[in-house]
Design a protein around this ligand. Structure first.
Ligand code: PGA
Length: 250
């Protein structure tokens, strides 16, 4: 299976940058050795979809409403609206959503449900903070976070994505080392095999200070099916180096 490289812009960029990014990305994708997705702020998703046209890059939403259908939820964007805007995937439970918007497993399971019902593939993000890592609680923390997926197991599509993003590695320049990533990915794969229905297969991404200089090593680790890239995805130059590393021999 091809590796999946997803760029998450977070709350960065503007319409002009989306335009220039797609223009430059087209050239970077020649002979692309991996699958690529881009998560821009929701306001720019329709623009991204339109500019990409037939370019094989997946449009990824950064978040989705927990509320089903439509209605009086000022400021919210529903899963169906994201589908309408051309999205195939949606990030759910990113640590910044958990931290700044108090999203817990109850809210996140509603979001996963809404995404799945609308035909979006969820990319469910999990990860421990520094204190939990230092106190060696991280596997329990991750296990608890997986409960949101387990709770809606009957509604999941046949393929789901889980991104392991240790909070202490996000935007800090500190990357989890090979042993740490391999350990957690093996744990997640084993737990997901237990809690997901037999028809359902989970793929695993790693995220947290991924850049061209470390992408090859991370992508070569057992159980790493791709990377979720934040700040290094903001320029096509760096993202294309990561894409190239995804196909490089190890
Ligand atoms: P970073 O962010 O690559 O800037 O550390 C990763 C993420 O939050 O997905």
């Amino acid at each position: 299976m091809k590796k999946f490289v997803i760029g998450n812009w977070k709350m960065n960029g503007d319409a002009l940058e989306v335009h220039e990014y797609v223009h430059d990305l087209k050239n970077a994708l020649e002979g692309m050795p991996c699958s690529v997705g881009v998560a821009v702020p929701s306001l720019y998703l329709p623009q991204l979809t339109a500019l990409l046209g037939r370019i094989p890059v997946s449009v990824v939403a950064q978040d989705v409403s927990q509320f089903k259908g439509s209605g009086a939820y000022t400021g919210e964007i529903s899963a169906a609206m994201l589908r309408d805007a051309g999205c195939d995937y949606v990030l759910i439970g990113h640590s910044e959503r958990r931290q700044y918007f108090d999203e817990d497993e109850m809210v996140l399971q509603q979001k996963i449900l809404c995404a799945c019902d609308a035909g979006l593939t969820p990319i469910y993000c999990v990860g421990e903070n520094l204190e939990q890592r230092l106190q060696c609680h991280y596997l329990q923390v991750l296990d608890k976070q997986l409960e949101a997926l387990e709770a809606v197991r009957g509604h999941l599509p046949d393929t789901v994505w889980v991104a392991y993003e240790p909070v202490w590695a996000i935007g800090t320049g500190k990357v989890a080392d090979a042993g740490q990533i391999a350990e957690v990915h093996a744990f997640l794969a084993a737990r997901l095999a237990e809690i997901l229905p037999g028809r359902c297969h989970a793929h695993l991404l790693y995220g947290g200070s991924v850049k061209a200089a470390n992408a090859r090593e991370i992508l070569a680790l057992p159980g790493v099916d791709g990377v979720l890239v934040g700040s290094a995805s903001l320029t096509v130059a760096e993202l294309s180096r990561i894409i190239a590393e995804a196909g490089a021999p190890v």
